[in-house]
Design a protein around this ligand. Structure first.
Ligand code: SF4
Length: 283
């Protein structure tokens, strides 16, 4: 039986829309000219202020995302400075970095500055991956996830469903995620965008529920299983079903380049369903 406690996470896109890679699901690739806000690094003061606001809404996880293939010296130094500034001012906040492909050394460096967890998604199955990205490999993604564990960070790894993959691809993706034994797993359901090469979303609510159930079974009772991007489109108004299926975490506020519900609306939804917002970090 699911605990009546839901963990809230928030995302800050601290460097947006400037990626040269060709991931066909991603509005941040400069190749597809999606109509999104694109900017270089936000100021550290602004990021800290936004983190405080997310914390005041109940977020226990806070994810610092940068667009791009992976970490380099400049990016790692900036994320480390942000982490240090946030940790100095905010307690009880699990700080997650999401900065693409990374080496063990780079990840250890982020850990030294206060990053707790690293998010790197496998996105889809190994065999379907070449259909959605040709500029870096699925293996490079998997290796980064292994690097995260070697570096001693918590691993947050999941994927995106509904990008034209087969049922076998879905099984294979979930199997690969579970093989990493991640501490938390975000499940995203593809949000179509006219500018992107992947047009429709080929997943129904009942299929999404099945994925949540299988992921919960594979992860065990206590790991975080988050319904992230696409939640409003698939489950809007029927969130009880995704929690009953095993989800115990959601993203509050906006996603990377798409709007989510307001935190007030999500908190009202949780209250209405009889769930509590978790007040301390998992584990
Ligand atoms: S590497 Fe990351 S930011 Fe770049 S296109 Fe792919 S998913 Fe988007």
């Amino acid at each position: 039986m699911m605990k009546k406690e839901i963990f809230l996470c928030a995302i800050n896109n601290i460097l947006s829309g400037t990626c040269n890679e060709d991931c066909k699901f991603c509005t941040q690739s400069v190749r597809y000219h999606a109509d999104i806000e694109r900017y270089s690094y936000k100021s550290i003061e602004r990021i800290v202020a936004e983190a405080k606001q997310a914390k005041s809404h109940g977020a226990l996880g806070y994810c610092l995302v940068t667009a791009g293939r992976g970490l380099d010296k400049k990016k790692a130094t900036f994320v480390a400075k942000v982490a240090e500034a946030i940790k100095k001012e905010i307690e009880n906040l699990n700080l997650i970095a999401c900065n693409g492909i990374a080496t063990i050394e780079q990840l250890r460096y982020l850990k030294d500055y206060g990053i707790d967890s690293y998010n790197h998604n496998l996105e889809t199955s190994k065999s379907y991956y070449e259909k959605i990205c040709t500029t870096h490999s699925w293996e490079a993604r998997y290796e980064t996830c292994l690097n995260v564990k070697t570096a001693g960070l918590q691993l947050c790894s999941g994927g995106i469903w509904g990008m034209g993959e087969s049922l076998e691809d879905r099984e294979s993706l979930l199997e690969a995620i579970l093989s990493l034994e991640p501490d938390s797993t975000p499940l995203n359901f593809y949000i179509p965008n006219d500018a992107l090469p992947i047009k429709g979303r080929n997943i129904t609510k009942s299929e999404a529920l099945e994925i949540i159930q299988k992921a919960r079974k594979g992860l065990g009772e206590d790991r975080l299983l988050m319904v992230a991007g696409g939640r409003e489109l698939i489950f809007g108004g029927t969130e009880r079903e995704m929690f009953d299926a095993g989800a115990n975490s959601i993203v509050i506020g906006n996603y990377l380049t798409t709007s989510g519900n307001t935190p007030h609306k999500d908190k009202a939804m949780l209250e209405h369903l009889g769930y509590f917002v978790a007040t301390s970090c998992h584990g």
